[in-house]
Ligand binder design. Structure first.
Ligand code: ZN
Length: 183
């Protein structure tokens, strides 16, 4: 999936590259010439978080992003250099209205995910932000009714569910707000 997308991204970049190169300042070209050999790990060489450190800048120079960025920022930059969209920044699927039986899936690495719905087709209504979580993955747009579902793809061995240790239970309906003695 990544490969397919990266091929498209590379092709797209190749199509616009000549125009971009002409608009670059000459300092940028000279800067390229100063870095003849690769001194950092490429995307395929990154195995652990320890690989996401840059070589740093030469003394007396201003560091570039590829020289000094670390962590997730570095992973994103390394991906962009090879045409890989690490964080999957494509817009959501707006070709159809999500339903409860067939929701629009949103992959997420975190406990929560925010998604902006603009209706079907896209931009049919103003952006309405929806919040999904691992506890409550399904959300429905109050404007157009499209249903979204968060698909958790992050690590499984984290401290998921620690909120429950504090006794917090998210209200499921307005009936849950009524004191038990009034039932
Ligand atoms: Zn909507």
């Amino acid at each position: 999936m990544f490969l397919q997308r990266s091929a498209i991204a590379v092709a797209r970049r190749a199509a616009v590259a000549p125009a971009v190169r002409r608009t670059l300042a000459t300092t940028a070209v000279r800067r390229d010439a100063e870095v003849p050999q690769k001194k950092y790990k490429t995307l395929s060489e990154v195995k652990t978080a320890d690989d996401l450190f840059g070589p740093g800048a030469e003394p007396g120079t201003v560091p570039t992003d590829i020289e000094q960025s670390t962590g997730l920022e570095r992973l994103e930059i390394l991906g962009k250099m090879e045409g890989v969209d690490v964080f999957d920044m494509r817009p959501l699927d707006a070709s159809r209205l999500g339903t409860l039986s067939n929701p629009v899936l949103i992959r997420s690495f975190g406990d929560e995910q925010y998604a902006g719905c603009t209706g079907v087709p896209a931009d049919s209504h103003n952006v309405i932000w929806l919040t999904m979580s691992r506890e409550r993955p399904i959300e429905r747009c109050p404007e157009c009714g499209s249903v979204y579902k968060m698909e958790y793809v992050g690590p499984q061995d984290d401290h998921h569910g620690h909120d429950h240790h504090h006794g917090f239970e998210e209200p499921k309906s307005f009936a849950d707000f009524v004191k038990p003695e009034y039932h």
